[in-house]
Design a protein around this ligand. Structure first.
Ligand SMILES: Cc1cc2nc3c(=O)[nH]c(=O)nc-3n(C[C@H](O)[C@H](O)[C@H](O)COP(=O)(O)OP(=O)(O)OC[C@H]3O[C@@H](n4cnc5c(N)ncnc54)[C@H](O)[C@@H]3O)c2cc1C
Length: 379
């Protein structure tokens, strides 16, 4: 009898899991005892962290993409046929083309998506770099920018929790290099009462912003953007004028999650150490789509994926649980165009960002090239 593993989502975590399982279950795949199938939305796989550099013309668009089938082990059939319904009762997934795929084990790795349209005026009035179209438009707007007020507006939830800080510090360096900082004011807004959800990161960021004169407005939950008079208004009653608005739009999980009643907002209730859907033993959830209250980041997805591979392998081969996820996250933080720092933390250890160095910035640039090895599960 064949054990069918179905992976929904061909992004970072789904791909690492598929490739990792192929390495661990090679014998079982050869004998036909295990089959792994993946469904996704696109033939291409995008390196999303590269989008951060696009507005500054520092990353070639062609380098953002690879053919998904080339990133994936050849033993995994990949179909561009998005899931439209996940039915945990009948252990099946319906796809856009009408296929019904049965599974023994399901991996939900459908990530998260930006929803700027959920805030009135945001889609019309703001720039963002969280998708390619947005990053291109932001690049054009920055090229044309000659000084004025820039508001960097952060909304929650969002993936890559350090990207808002990175874009702010990079904007400062970019505008300094162009000689525009003496006629530019940057204001960073954040929805809670400090500059970052992780308190040690907030404590580190505040003096960094003070040092270079970046202003900030905390407790700023975006109510509406008014593109006609170029202002942004918060639920707390603060209105900020802008010449250029850079937003980190709020995110939701995939539509298939809400359409299948698997979790409000598209976030699947997930056991934070087992990475199984609450109440299921045959559904694993990985990456951005979990509701675990930790960073939605590629590194989170990577460390979680390693745990899912271990557990699926040992459940199939030895009928036992192998290991728990400890909440590990590692993030580089670009602190400008030439310096960076990093944080790592887990459920028990809080982050502790160190002083920025050029060396760490180079490590991040090196990782930008090594990502594809990481997606293949080789790093
Ligand atoms: C600008 C930017 C900068 C970032 N910087 C960093 C960084 O420096 N460090 C870091 O660690 N992380 C960073 N991230 C975050 C990181 O890219 C994500 O957290 C990571 O990709 C999450 O992996 P995932 O597998 O959960 O989701 P994804 O990689 O997004 O993959 C989800 C996949 O599921 C597919 N899918 C969705 N719905 C369906 C469906 N119905 N059926 C089938 N497939 C579906 C999607 O098309 C997608 O391919 C950044 C992200 C952005 C946008």
């Amino acid at each position: 009898m064949t054990t069918n593993i179905l992976i929904v989502g061909g992004g970072l975590s789904g791909t690492i899991i598929a490739n990792g399982l192929c390495r661990r279950l090679g014998k079982q795949l050869r004998r036909g005892e295990v089959a792994i199938t993946m469904i996704g939305t696109s033939d291409t796989h995008m390196y999303q962290p590269g989008l951060l550099y696009v507005p500054f013309g520092k990353f070639r668009e062609s380098e953002l993409f690879r053919d998904q089938r080339k990133v994936l082990d050849r033993r995994v059939p990949y179909f561009v046929d998005p899931a439209t319904k996940i039915d945990a009762e009948s252990k099946s997934v319906t796809t856009q083309s009408g296929k019904v795929l049965k599974y023994d084990y399901l991996v939900i790795a459908t990530g998260s998506r930006i929803v700027p349209q959920s805030i009135p005026g945001m889609a019309e009035g703001a720039h963002w770099f969280y998708d390619l179209d947005g990053a291109r438009k932001m690049r054009d707007a920055l090229d044309a920018f000659e000084g004025g007020k820039i508001v960097v507006n952060v909304n929650a939830p969002h993936k890559c929790p350090v990207a808002p800080l990175e874009i702010t510090f990079m904007l400062y360096d970019y505008l300094t290099e162009r000689g525009l900082m003496d006629k530019t004011e940057i204001t960073y807004t954040y929805p809670i009462g400090r500059l970052h959800a992780l308190e040690p990161v907030a404590q580190w960021a505040q003096p960094e912003m003070d040092r270079v004169g970046i202003k900030y407005e905390t407790f700023f939950n975006t109510k509406e953007v008014h593109p006609e008079d170029k202002t942004i208004e918060s639920e707390e009653g603060v209105t900020l004028p802008y010449d250029m608005l850079v937003t980190i739009p709020p995110h939701m999980g995939a539509e298939v999650i809400t359409d299948s009643d698997l979790g409000a907002g598209g976030w699947v209730p997930t056991d934070k150490t087992k990475l199984t859907r609450e109440g299921s033993t045959d559904i694993f959830v990985c990456g951005d789509t979990t509701n675990i209250p930790i960073s939605k980041a590629g590194s989170t997805a990577h460390f979680e994926a390693d745990v899912v591979v271990e557990n699926l392998t040992s459940l199939i081969t030895e009928d036992r649980w192998a290991k728990d996820y400890d909440g590990k996250v590692f993030c580089f933080i670009e602190t400008g165009m030439n310096n960076g720092t990093y944080v790592w933390f887990n459920y028990a250890t809080p982050p502790n960002p160190g002083p920025p160095t050029q060396m760490i910035h180079w490590f991040k640039l090196a990782y930008n090239r090594l990502y594809w090895l990481s997606a293949k599960g080789l790093l």
